[in-house]
Design a protein around this ligand. Structure first.
Ligand SMILES: N[C@@H](CCC(=O)N[C@@H](CS)C(=O)NCC(=O)O)C(=O)O
Length: 225
């Protein structure tokens, strides 16, 4: 097995949670191969994928190294921590406990409290059970992207930990999660003009090839936009 074959990432071109894992691998310079799970076609709910993640969500990651259990890892934040422990440089978390708590908190505001509300399973439920059409869904997206991003903006603009990036001058998990929300907002053409600090941090992230190369538009299967 070569290094290129070790990590199998179950992925789809446009998903926010997969984007996070791509950026982490890119920042560490670690290769992975991707297995496509077409969530627009519902492949995440197929029996074969439910055995990998019973919740029917991507990403999932399998470490095919000999001697490993090959049990799939799920949840992007857990996978980011796994990658950071396996490949400590450059670190995705600050060196001090207060800093780590702040970074994890910002990351979870985005990945745990914002992103789940705009997933395909929520859209399908609202369409089937609450009469949501395309306009209602768009209003829902704007509501919940906006709630999460404005709360993060308030913290980034006021807390002393903020630097060039969400925390200090190096990218951390907080930046990965922030950029993952922007990435999917671009796909859905949602924007806000009252989050200047978050946008400034995004500019810093996008200067880095690790982030730019993870963009939905640059993935296999992405439509020509
Ligand atoms: N909390 C999970 C979220 C996983 C998740 O919901 N992923 C989305 C794509 S970004 C998905 O696969 N959704 C499928 C669906 O909602 O049916 C993580 O961070 O990994």
């Amino acid at each position: 097995m070569t290094d290129d074959d070790r990590f199998e990432l179950f992925a789809y071109w446009r998903t926010s949670a997969t984007y996070r894992v791509r950026v982490a691998f890119n920042l560490k310079g670690v290769p992975r191969r991707e297995t496509n799970v077409d969530i627009d076609a519902g492949e995440q709910h197929a029996e074969a994928f439910r055995r990998i993640n019973p919740l029917g969500g991507i990403p999932a990651l399998i470490d095919h190294a000999p001697g490993q259990s090959h049990v799939p890892l799920t949840q992007s934040l857990a996978i980011l921590e796994f990658i950071d422990e396996m490949y400590p440089q450059p670190p995705l978390l600050p060196a001090d406990a207060h800093g780590r708590a702040r970074v994890r908190s910002i990351a979870q505001m985005l990945a745990a409290d914002t992103h789940p509300l705009i997933t395909p399973r929520v859209r399908k439920y609202l369409a089937a059970n609450a009469g949501f059409d395309a306009d209602a869904w768009r209003a829902w997206q704007i509501q919940w992207f906006g709630t999460g991003l404005r709360a993060v903006e308030q913290r980034l603009a006021s807390e002393p930990g903020t630097g060039r990036f969400c925390h200090g001058d190096q990218p951390t998990m907080a930046d990965i999660c922030l950029a993952s929300i922007f990435a999917v907002m671009r796909v859905f053409k949602v924007d806000f003009d009252d989050i200047p600090t978050a946008k400034r941090v995004m500019v810093e992230c996008e200067r880095l090839e690790a982030f730019a190369a993870a963009a939905p538009a640059r993935q296999a299967g992405a439509p020509a936009l």
